[in-house]
Every structure is written in C-alpha cells, then in structure tokens.
Design a protein around this ligand. Structure first.
Ligand code: HEM
Length: 298
C-alpha cells in the first residue's frame, strides 16, 4: 500500500467516524426532545456525557479529516502530519475556511456538553448538532458547483445531511429505550414514527437531486462501469434494508410493544440494532463516495 493509498484509507475512516459523531450530536438530543419528558427523564447526565463524547469524537475525526486532506492537496502524504501544511490549508483554501467555522461550531458543542444542564438545553444541542451535520455540505462535492446549480447542490446536500443525522442519531436513543420500561419505549417509537416518513422523504428527494447533479442521465452501461455509481448502488441497497426495518417498526412493532411488551421487545431490539448497523454501513459507503470522482466530473 503506497503512502497515498494509506492516506486515502485514513481520510475515508475519518470521514465515516465524523459522519457518525455529528449524526449522534444532531439526532440524539432531537429524539430525546421528541420522546418527551416521560420517556427520557432520570438519565439526563448519561445523555449529556454521551453527547459530549460525540462532540469530542467529531472534533478529533474532523482534525484527522483536514490533516489527511492537507497531505492529499500537497501530494506529499507526510504533510498530513505537518502542522504548517495543515495550517496552510485552513488559512488559504475555501474548504479550510469552512472547517474553521465547523470547528467553532463543534467547540460550542463541547462547551454545551461540558456544562451540566436540564432538558431545556436539548433543543440547543440538537441545533448545534444539525449545524455540524448540515455544514458538511460545504466540505463535499456539493461545494464544487457554481451559480444557481451550486446553490441547488449545496442546499440539497445540507438538507440531506440534516435528515441523515436526525434519523441515524435517533437510533441509538431508541435502542437504549428498547432496553428500558416498555411504555417508555412504545411512547418514543410512536413519537419517532410521526417524523420518520418526513425524514425519508427529504433523504430521497435530496438524494435524487444529488444523484442528478453528480451522476447525470448517461447511458446505463457507461454509468455501471463507474466506481462512483457502484458505491451509490450499494448505498441504495443498504438504504432499502433500513427502510424495510423502519416500516416494520412503524407498522408492526410499535403497536405490538404497546400491546404485549414482553413478547415484542426482543424483536424490536433486534430490528433497531440491525437498522443501526445498516445506517453505519451507509455512512461507511458515503465516506468513500464523497472522495470518489462522480461521472459528471469527467
Ligand atoms: C439512511 C439514508 C441515507 C443516509 C444516512 C445518507 C447519508 C449521506 C451522507 C452523509 C452524504 C454526504 C457525503 C459527503 O458529503 O461526502 C450523502 C450524500 C449523498 N447521498 Fe445520501 N444518504 C441516505 C440516503 C440517500 C438516498 C435514498 C439517496 C438517493 C436517492 C442518496 C444519494 C446521495 C448522493 C448522490 C450523495 C452525494 C455524494 C457526494 O457528495 O458525492 N442518499 N448521503
């Protein structure tokens, strides 16, 4: 494996961890807020520490992401470990300026996580998490276009990232609740079932916009040969799996848990655990997708 290959692998790993951390920062407090006081009272500090860990992981993986990009931009992988080269990227490139703003948002997140407070700060945490997730649009392919096309792309990407964060970040909270008192789990599931379809609709609509701008409508045979399109196809298969489990939770298991908790909870736990694992797999695929040249760039 060459230095450039290891750097690419390190960049993809940092992107994947970062996507997961900002998803938790956005979705976990939003889900706790949505589930209502009855569903999450009594574990405020556990929740705050979990969010604090997500903020620290987002900061560390963000730093690794920028460092790896510094090595890729200069063509010398060793620059990924040179503070001066990383400083140059932050100070003298547009993506560097985006990261300076993003690091500031994550630092606000860190402060919010360090400072003990009650439920009323859940919205503030969710807002910081959403800003951290959506602002990634300016660090990806979405920022490559200009003019009206550029605005359509970056705003679609920002909405895509926000919806992805809210869905994936809510799953760990639902999974923890599925191991608690059944009435709380049923209440939280019912609350999430109210917003889940809207998140899916935003993801599909903005995903199609991204797909149109990055893949285009070329002949299928030519597109099938593109590594980018193959990665996107894998992502859509994983997404279909998540959708099927989300539908099972919404249409079957939510009512079953409310009706006959002991019998239904094991199935719910398994479904949520698999949905979360598929969500992490989607993030691993988009971590590679975002650094792969899309067909329209040719
Ligand atoms: C659970 C569902 C989904 C999650 C968690 C998810 C997550 C993401 C993330 C994190 C990115 C940003 C990548 C980057 O900035 O580099 C992204 C980009 C993208 N997503 Fe999704 N997405 C989901 C569903 C979809 C669907 C349903 C479609 C298509 C209909 C789609 C199409 C795309 C495309 C084309 C991009 C652009 C990638 C690029 O910048 O090159 N996604 N997605």
């Amino acid at each position: 494996m060459t230095g450039a290959d290891s750097l690419q692998a390190a960049l993809i790993a940092a992107r994947c961890v970062h996507f997961a951390a900002v998803s938790v920062m956005a979705g976990a407090p939003a889900m706790a807020r949505l589930a209502g006081p009855g569903a999450t009272d009594g574990d405020g500090d556990g929740r705050r520490v979990g969010w604090l860990v997500a903020a620290v992981v987002a900061l560390a993986s963000g730093a690794a992401w920028v460092a790896a990009e510094a090595g890729q931009m200069s063509g010398d992988p060793a620059d990924a470990l040179r503070p001066s080269a990383i400083g140059d990227v932050l100070a003298h490139t547009s993506v560097g300026h985006v990261w300076i703003v993003r690091f500031a948002v994550l630092m606000v997140g860190l402060a919010l996580g360090l400072w003990p407070q009650g439920r009323r700060w859940l919205s503030a945490r969710a807002a910081v998490g959403l800003a951290a997730a959506a602002s990634l649009a300016w660090a990806g392919h979405g920022a490559a276009d200009e003019g009206v096309r550029g605005w359509i792309h970056v705003l679609a990407d920002a909405a895509h990232l926000a919806a992805a964060g809210l869905w994936l970040g809510a799953l760990p909270v639902l999974l923890v609740l599925a191991f608690g008192p059944p009435p709380r789990a049923a209440r939280a599931l019912a609350a999430f079932s109210g917003v889940g379809p809207a998140l899916v609709a935003v993801l599909v609509a903005t995903g199609l916009v991204n797909g149109w701008l990055l893949v285009g409508w070329g002949p299928l045979a030519a597109l099938a040969g593109s590594p980018y399109v193959r990665l996107l196809a894998i992502k859509l298969v994983l997404f279909a799996g998540m959708l099927a489990l989300a539908a099972l939770n919404r249409l079957r298991l939510t009512a079953a848990v409310a009706r006959e908790a002991e019998a239904a909870l094991p199935a719910l736990r398994a479904s949520l655990a698999i949905e979360t694992a598929l969500g992490l797999a989607v993030l691993a695929v988009v971590a590679a997708l975002g650094v792969t040249a899309p067909p329209t760039s040719f």
